[in-house]
Design a binder for this molecule. Structure first.
Ligand code: ZN
Length: 241
């Protein structure tokens, strides 16, 4: 059994489609596990929700998902994010709003806890340091936790009383230790590589495969410009920052 792990699609339909095509080429996945932020920043929020819902999937809420429908406030957003968020809210159908509204903060599936930000603060906390990861290992009970939010692929390993941080390798084989894993972002990567990032979990072999997929960045950028979305959000896609 294989499941695809997708975080931070962010309304980027070209990136999302490229990832879905890659999943099919690799033999498909039983379920899509979406780690939140389907919308926000990108030019096709409604299209991304509709496409996700065509697949067997599970999804947790991200800060942008709930900010776009007014369920959390956006006072912590920078100006560009807030502007894109208000634009996103205007694009959503009543059906989209109902779907985003219904997303849970946390899910568990087998050995995995699934959240957007962190198990401690599911939609707002960024887990980027071993300090915050070490604290967060106390906030979930499964062996593994999947997170998004930072758009940076990485893995934290709980070893005795300490916590190690590593880059997410192309194939992450599970040993016995507990892990917090971020597959990187589909629709707005921030680790310096502009290609879409996602992962596939192979349940039988206990491996997470990490992939980077090229997509038509210019197509997304042109659509953003046409919609009048903030130019910083447009240009950052070229650099993956
Ligand atoms: Zn995000």
């Amino acid at each position: 059994m294989r499941h695809a792990i997708l975080a931070d699609i962010h309304g980027n339909l070209a990136a999302f489609k490229a990832v879905l095509e890659d999943i099919e080429e690799k033999g498909g996945a039983k379920e899509l596990w979406c780690l939140g932020d389907i919308v926000g920043y990108g030019p096709d929020p409604s299209g991304c929700i509709a496409l996700l819902r065509q697949y067997p999937h599970l999804c947790v809420a991200g800060n942008h998902d709930w900010a776009a429908i007014g369920k959390v406030d956006i006072s912590d957003f920078n100006l560009d994010a807030a502007e894109a968020c208000r634009w996103t809210g205007r694009q959503l159908s009543p059906e989209d709003v109902k779907y985003l509204e219904s997303l849970p903060l946390t899910l568990t599936r087998g050995d995995f806890t699934i959240v957007h930000g962190s198990p401690r603060e599911p939609i707002w906390e960024y887990v980027l340091s071993t300090q915050s990861a070490r604290d967060n290992f106390r906030f979930f009970e499964t062996r593994y936790c999947l997170i998004g939010h930072s758009h940076v692929p990485m893995v934290f390993e709980h070893v005795g009383e300490t916590c190690l941080l590593g880059e997410l390798p192309a194939a992450l084989r599970f040993g016995g230790n507990r892990l917090i894993i971020n597959p990187g972002g589909v629709g707005q990567p921030r680790d310096g590589d502009p290609r879409a990032a996602y992962a596939i979990y192979d349940e039988r072999d206990k491996v997470i495969y990490h992939y980077r997929i090229p997509y038509d960045i210019e197509d997304t950028q042109q659509r953003m410009v046409r919609q009048g979305l903030p130019i910083f959000l447009v240009t950052r896609l070229s650099y993956g920052r």
